[in-house]
Design a protein around this ligand. Structure first.
Ligand SMILES: [Zn+2]
Length: 52
């Protein structure tokens, strides 16, 4: 049961405009660790305190 870890050869950068964080090759998300949480929060309607 050897599960392949998906890696990306290219350097990917956080999708948030102005954020220059380079994503880890093991990070399958499109956001850095900081903005991952941010992106998740934005999906929650009750968290309307977040500026957009
Ligand atoms: Zn970021």
């Amino acid at each position: 049961m050897a599960k392949k870890i998906r890696t990306n050869k290219k350097h990917r950068i956080c999708r948030v405009t102005g954020c220059k964080h380079i994503l880890s090759i093991y990070n399958t998300e499109n956001h850095c660790h900081v903005h991952q949480q941010f992106a998740m929060v934005r999906q929650t309607p009750s968290m309307s305190l977040i500026k957009q």
